[in-house]
Design a protein around this ligand. Structure first.
Ligand code: G6P
Ligand code: MG
Length: 216
């Protein structure tokens, strides 16, 4: 069966916003005097805003009211939005434009499955908002990654079964989501971290389209 859709994560796959999320969470953790390093951050990639905050609070044994949590989540988000404010098309990872062009040439749908409520803004800053056939609305996803819901939502929008879709992710939680959705999976990053993926590339510019199409 042929592959008819590529469903991309955004942060850390198409652009370096994973680093901005890390910077904003580590600033907040620092304020709360909770130790937070890159291994912790690996666990947070792909995890939604409140889930990420809960991880940090739990790690530091910090107990807060819902209202206090919302205030901290807003604070992190404002910091993140400041960091992405100056983004432009030059921040698109190398190879994305070429890969999208190849997919379009082969009539393969391009979808986005990002847990970020800032995804639309980032797509616009990068100048690629109009490249997608479907963008999942993170605000409407009931169960975040590692649950398969967000990837399945995009496949349903394309009227495609999961085995005709490839999910592309840089996060452990996101890959779990793709695997649970029973889609083909591509990891972007380190194979030791993303061992669940069918194939792993260091970055998008190393993507081998023929190899991925042969997964089906
Ligand atoms: C993505 C990122 C996470 C981030 C989440 C929510 O999944 O990988 O690091 O926490 O989106 O992002 P948001 O912009 O809605 O806070
Ligand atoms: Mg990501």
């Amino acid at each position: 069966m042929a592959i008819n859709a590529f469903i991309f994560d955004l942060d850390g796959v198409l652009t370096d916003t994973a680093e901005y999320h890390y910077l904003a969470w580590s600033a907040l953790a620092n304020e709360l005097a909770v130790p937070f390093d890159r291994d912790d951050n690996e666990q947070l990639k792909g995890v939604d805003r409140m889930g990420s905050l809960d991880y940090i609070l739990k790690k530091g044994n910090v107990n807060l009211t819902e209202q206090q949590k919302l205030t901290l989540a807003d604070k992190k988000n404002l910091h993140y939005q400041q960091l992405i404010n100056d983004m432009s098309p030059k921040d698109l990872f190398e190879g994305v434009t070429e890969l999208f062009a190849q997919l379009k040439q082969q009539n393969i749908n391009i979808g986005l499955a990002s847990a970020s409520k800032n995804a639309q803004m980032v797509l616009e800053r990068l100048g690629i908002a109009d490249q997608f056939d479907y963008v999942a609305d993170a605000a409407k996803v009931a169960q975040g990654k590692p649950h398969p819901e967000i990837f399945l939502t995009v496949a349903e929008a394309f009227f495609l079964p999961a085995d005709q879709c490839v999910g592309i992710e840089d996060s452990i939680a996101g890959l779990q989501s793709i695997v649970s959705a029973k889609m083909h999976s591509v990891g972007i990053g380190q194979p030791e971290v993303l061992y669940q993926a069918d194939v792993v590339y260091a970055d998008i510019k190393s993507f081998n389209l023929q190899q991925v199409l042969a997964l089906a």
